[in-house]
Design a protein around this ligand. Structure first.
Ligand code: FAD
Ligand code: SF4
Ligand code: SF4
Length: 496
């Protein structure tokens, strides 16, 4: 039952019973975890609107009451930017939402975004004492949902608290890429009074938050709101600017007079299976599919400037969040049948439990312990089927997950007209290839030191280009760290 009115009424009733009482830890932990109101599955498959509708005020205060205000706060060590979680939750419990948000903003620039997309169950919430007491991580305090609520209060009020910008220092910093790493670095460097320019390859800033994560999980208006705040702070954003082509990386320092550069160019190069039939018409990377839908708004077929492949039966290959996003987008674009084909079991799936549950509710069928051996085409070179092989699980591999072993002779044909490959991303090799002396590892990720500096003087890096495909909050954390290092470098040189 995800109905907002019903959940709100239940929460209000319980609030009236509990308000003003001094609750013991056991009584707090006994408050039922608040369910997230959500759009009805049958309705939402016909639109792109956000699925999770957000807590009501009564729900957020009740959920906050579940927090035990632990002295050692184990949840904090699960948050990559170490937000003071009990402090912001206490304010939320008291209905002091502006104060609550102020605590979060001490550590995080993008709470409305992280509250929505952080994999909380493997970060802050994994360590929550309430989840441990109830022996179920899904019953931990919903830290992310509380965070989302207090951030949305500011968002809906339309009255952002702008950070103070120090007086001009005369120093200039270039940022490559406008994803969470670049945005965060830009904000922190600008606050120190330096001039900041972001160079972005696409025509819209925001990185994966704009072109990858679909509208129904992260409304683009929220990302635009954060970008506008950045512009209000005086950060300049140059779009359609591909560093490495439009301008070489080293030239930004050697010829254009920037005092430092931060690279936050992400991991946007899709991986493929390298199996027979991958060149057929109807085989797409999840990146291309999602970019067309999200960035170019191709789902709005009558008004979009970009077409999108029209599918009837879709096979999505992979078991991560990107695969769930692609499958759920295909459902919304009108596919009659969507399969997620994954070679391990649901337990090993890297996707968030919530995303898998939402995909199932929307009719996506999971073909587990299966993987395509080859993709089959018709006489017009269009996809007509996948030859799928069954697997069983063997001993754990290097990743700690049990290794899938193919069962010989188990081949069968699965009729599909579209295959969306979603098995991960690598970093784009452009900067590495066009920048002499930029040290990278064997996967093409930029190698950094503890302070986020690279092998080239004055050039720093962070986010997916360093970590490989990771998360928004980790990218943000590295953007922060690199900004602190750049600010320290420039401060040490002030007065030159
Ligand atoms: P990005 O967000 O990739 O941004 C990099 C930017 O740099 C891009 O805009 C790119 O166009 C630009 N760029 C690249 N090269 C150049 C160049 N040479 N010159 C100029 N600009 C350049 N994480 C979560 O935490 N939760 C989720 O639910 C989640 N879901 C995801 C769903 C999808 C479909 C995808 C693809 C990823 C998802 N992630 C999720 C991962 C998360 O989005 C990334 O880890 C994060 O965005 C990385 O941030 P970043 O700033 O390093 O790079
Ligand atoms: Fe948890 Fe993410 Fe918020 Fe940190 S930023 S407290 S990990 S939801
Ligand atoms: Fe609250 Fe859980 Fe953190 Fe304890 S661990 S302070 S209960 S959120």
């Amino acid at each position: 039952m995800h109905d907002l009115k019903h959940l709100d009424a239940e929460a209000k009733k319980l609030m009236m019973e509990l308000e003003g009482k001094t609750l013991k830890p056991r009584e707090r932990a006994a408050i039922p975890p608040q369910e997230m109101p959500a759009q009805d599955a049958q309705k939402r498959i016909g639109n792109m609107n956000e699925v999770a509708r957000g807590y009501t005020e009564a729900q957020v205060r009740l959920e906050s009451m579940r927090c035990l205000q632990c002295k050692n706060a184990p949840c904090i060590k699960g948050c990559p930017v170490e937000i003071d979680i009990p402090r912001f939750i206490k304010h939320a419990e008291d209905g002091k939402f502006a104060e609550s948000l102020a605590v979060i903003k001490e550590s995080s620039l993008l709470p409305a975004i992280c509250g929505r997309v952080c994999p909380q169950e493997t970060q802050c919430q994994e360590f929550c004492t309430v989840g441990k007491m109830l022996k179920d991580v899904n019953k931990a305090v919903s830290i992310g949902r509380i965070e989302r609520y207090v951030a949305d209060v500011e968002l809906h009020g339309g009255n952002p608290i702008m950070p103070e910008v120090a007086s001009p220092t005369g120093k200039r910093v270039a940022i490559v890429g406008s994803g969470p790493a670049g945005i965060t670095a830009a904000a922190d460097i600008r606050k120190a009074g330096h001039e900041v320019t972001i160079f972005e390859a696409f025509h819209k800033p925001g990185g994966v938050m704009v072109y990858g994560i679909p509208e129904f999980r992260l409304p683009k208006a929220i990302v635009e709101y954060e970008i506008n705040n950045l512009k209000q702070m005086g950060v300049e954003i140059k779009t359609n600017f591909l560093v490495g082509r439009t301008r070489k990386l080293r030239d930004l320092i050697d010829k254009d007079g920037y005092n430092a550069v931060f690279i936050g160019s992400g991991a946007g190069l899709p991986k493929f299976m390298h199996i027979e039939g991958e060149n057929l018409i109807g085989v797409l990377s999840a990146n291309e599919y999602l970019t067309r839908s999200n960035l170019m708004k191709a789902y709005n077929r009558e008004h979009a400037h970009t077409p999108i492949f029209v599918s009837r039966v879709v096979g999505v290959l992979g078991g991560g969040n990107v695969a769930m996003d692609a499958a759920r987008t295909a459902v919304r674009l009108g596919a009659e049948k969507v399969y997620v084909v994954y070679r391990r079991t649901e337990k090993e799936m890297p996707a968030r439990v919530e995303e898998v549950a939402h995909a199932k509710e929307e009719g996506v069928e999971f073909l587990l312990l299966q993987s395509p051996k080859r993709i089959l085409g018709n006489e017009k070179q269009q996809v007509r089927a996948m030859e799928v092989l069954s697997y069983k699980l063997g001993e754990p591999d290097d990743s700690g997950r049990r290794r899938p072993i193919a069962i010989e002779g188990s081949e069968r044909e699965l009729p599909v007209d579209t295959v969306i490959v979603s098995i991960g991303n690598d970093s784009n090799p452009l900067l590495e290839k066009t920048t002499e002396g930029l040290a990278t590892n064997k996967w093409g990720n930029i190698i950094i030191n503890d302070d986020c500096s690279t092998s080239i003087d004055r050039i720093y890096a962070g986010g997916d280009i360093v970590l490989g495909a990771a998360t928004v909050i980790l990218a943000m954390g590295q953007g922060r760290k690199a900004a602190a290092s750049i600010n320290a470098l420039l401060a040490s040189e002030s007065g030159d």
